[in-house]
Ligand binder design. Structure first.
Ligand SMILES: N[C@@H](CCC(=O)N[C@@H](CS)C(=O)NCC(=O)O)C(=O)O
Length: 251
């Protein structure tokens, strides 16, 4: 039986953190969060997350990285509200859709848009790669939206009327798309637009939205106070520091 809340390290604005926290909310589990942007993680953060990426989950003496690994652990350790469908073939398909979203939608929405338009100027004081943004918008995203349009349901969620991990993994990226000024063209991709709207309106995402707003509208110095005022369950300690440090994967 759980006695301590789960601990999450990572900003509410990260799509991968949002995916994990939405699953925690869906399962009705208690959590605390140290909402750092990965570049501001200190040495202790680098020890827990060798790729210097968020999210990190700490469950008592267990520390885990990577949203997919974390969600799989949560579903096995806390099976009460399953994140995957019951049928074996559906489960396999849900895992593929999660992988597709993390890799391809992550590449486009995060590295192609959000990092170029928001992270580069704000964290590093450098302009983003304009050519990359244009290619993402003109070629890459339309190609993926065409594919999603053929896969997503007209009503409900991917595996029925209940939202699950595959839905969450896909929808989370569209919130960051929104922050980067991208909107799904409803006339061209009506199923995708409807699906994203339904998923992001679900309680598991909607309850996090005020925390994202608090996070986005403040600088790192005022952030914890704004999040506490919004009611976010913050940890007492942080592994954040004042100056950003480059990641180890790419930028
Ligand atoms: N595959 C990882 C990706 C996590 C990821 O890329 N997180 C971003 C934040 S949205 C990050 O930490 N970026 C910092 C970096 O790569 O240096 C997961 O699913 O957790």
């Amino acid at each position: 039986m759980k006695t301590q809340p789960l601990k999450i390290i990572g900003s509410y604005v990260s799509p991968y953190v949002r995916k994990v926290v939405a699953c925690i909310v869906l399962k009705g589990l208690a959590y605390e969060i140290d909402p750092i942007t990965p570049f501001y993680g200190n040495q202790e953060f680098g020890r827990m997350s060798p790729l210097r990426r968020i999210p990190v989950l700490i469950d008592r003496d267990l520390t885990l990285c990577d949203s997919t690994v974390i969600c799989a652990y949560l579903d096995e350790a806390y099976p009460e509200r399953p994140l995957l469908p019951a049928n074996v073939r559906d489960r396999a398909r849900a895992r593929w859709l999660e992988e597709y979203a993390d890799t391809r939608l992550g590449d486009l929405f995060i590295w192609g848009l959000f990092y170029q338009k928001i992270v580069h100027p704000i964290v590093w004081g450098e302009p983003g790669d304009q050519a990359r943004i244009e290619k993402t918008l003109a070629e890459d995203l339309p190609r993926e939206l065409d594919w999603l349009e053929s896969e997503l349901p007209a009503e409900g969620f991917l595996f029925g009327s209940e939202i699950g991990l595959a839905d969450i993994a896909i929808a989370t990226f569209f919130r960051n798309g929104d922050y980067a000024g991208f909107e799904v063209d409803r006339a061209r991709w009506p199923r995708t637009a409807g699906f994203v709207e339904r998923a992001l309106a679900h309680d598991c995402f909607a309850t996090l939205f005020p925390f994202e707003q608090a996070q986005i509208s403040t600088n790192p110095q005022g952030r914890r106070a704004a999040l506490l005022a919004a009611g976010a369950p913050l940890t007492a300690e942080t592994v954040g520091m004042r100056e950003p440090k480059r990641g180890v994967m790419r930028l």
